[in-house]
Ligand binder design. Structure first.
Ligand SMILES: [Fe+2]
Length: 168
């Protein structure tokens, strides 16, 4: 199948992180840059002949990203006494649920679904970037700026071992 340009407003061009996307905490910005790298990799495969291996690796990366980054971010929000934490956690949970659901479908037919799943992920993650990172994450920026030392310490000290893995 020929590579198609994306519908739903995505140009197919790589996304570049800019300071306008900064949430004010360098460690969290680095996480967000990592997500953008995955989106750009998926963009290369959306609508094209996507190999199932690269899509599987992207799904693993995204689920790991969710477990590590969301844990780190929620810790920062906690030490900064961000009042929107509970709502924010719900959004993070919705992301995890969506990744698990896509992963389950993909596992049924990796070869047949690779290109479709790549497009679906690009759409979902591009929307996540616009609506979650640029709006919901931005809401904690001023709280983090008021407690930057605590925020950075919380972000830096977060360990992957603090993440609980659960299939429930
Ligand atoms: Fe977030």
């Amino acid at each position: 199948m020929a590579k198609t340009s994306k519908q739903s407003g995505d140009s197919g061009e790589p996304i570049r992180w800019t300071t306008a996307m900064s949430v004010g905490v360098p460690e969290l910005d680095e996480d967000h840059k990592g997500l953008i790298e995955v989106i750009n990799l998926l963009k290369q495969h959306a609508g094209a002949e996507a190999g199932s291996d690269v899509i599987r690796q992207c799904l693993v990366s995204l689920m790991r990203y969710a477990q590590v980054h969301f844990g780190r971010e929620e810790r920062v929000m906690t030490v900064c006494t961000f009042p929107g934490l509970a709502h924010h956690q719900e959004e993070h949970r919705a992301f995890v649920d969506r990744m698990k659901e896509i992963d389950r479908r993909f596992a049924d037919d990796p070869e047949g679904l690779s290109a479709f799943v790549a497009e679906e992920l690009v759409d979902y993650l591009s929307s996540w970037l616009r609506h979650h990172i640029l709006i919901e994450d931005m809401a904690y920026r001023s709280f983090a700026e008021h407690r930057m030392a605590e925020a950075r310490e919380a972000a830096r000290s977060f360990r992957t071992s603090q993440v609980w893995f659960s299939d429930s």
